[in-house]
Design a protein around this ligand. Structure first.
Ligand code: PNS
Length: 169
């Protein structure tokens, strides 16, 4: 039987609990899941590529069928190289749909043998994005519950904000 491999691509700037939820669920469906940091030409990353990879590796070290990787180039070319049949994308809200639909269509045109599959976010993370995490942290707001606990220090050090968490999110 062919091994089913999926790619979960993103800029992960930084990885959030919403991403982690998709990775966790995806790892139970596919034999092999590759979480790949790619550059999004529409965004300027705040965290370096190494920082983004280090954060992912730290939180995913216990997943035996999940790998972390980086690629510069077209996602479908990468999927072909890795012999992946599926690209996983997470959807939070209708507002994500238009952009993700366009991406799925262009990726299909570029390589019809790679299928895009969408997973709905867990409703408790429907408001969560990397941009929101950065905005909250930059003003010294509490990011507890938004990102894995083991990443607080790295994320906070980037913003040099004095963050106090006195509410449980
Ligand atoms: O987390 P993001 O920023 O929404 O991820 C977007 C990403 C990095 C997956 C997307 O920009 C991407 O696939 N970049 C690689 C270049 C590419 O293949 N683009 C799609 C065809 S134009």
């Amino acid at each position: 039987m062919t091994q089913k491999t999926a790619i979960y691509p993103g800029s992960f700037d930084p990885v959030t609990n919403g991403h982690l939820d998709i990775i966790d669920r995806g790892s139970k469906i596919f034999d092999r899941l590759i979480v790949t940091v790619l550059e999004n030409p529409r965004k300027n990353a705040v965290f370096s590529t190494k920082e983004r990879l280090d954060m992912l590796k730290l939180i995913l070290e216990d997943y035996t069928n999940v790998e972390v990787d980086y690629y510069q180039g077209l996602l479908v070319d990468y999927a072909e190289q890795k012999k992946a049949q599926v690209i996983i994308k997470g959807l939070r809200a209708i507002s994500d749909f238009e952009y993700e639909f366009q991406m799925a269509m262009i990726n299909h045109k570029l390589n019809p043998s790679v299928e895009t599959m969408f997973m709905m976010t867990n409703s408790k993370f429907s408001y969560l994005s990397s941009s929101i995490v950065k905005e909250v942290a930059s003003y010294g707001g509490c990011i507890q519950g938004l990102v894995p606990d083991s990443l607080y220090d790295l994320i906070l050090s980037k913003f040099q904000a004095d963050i106090k968490c006195d509410t449980i999110l």
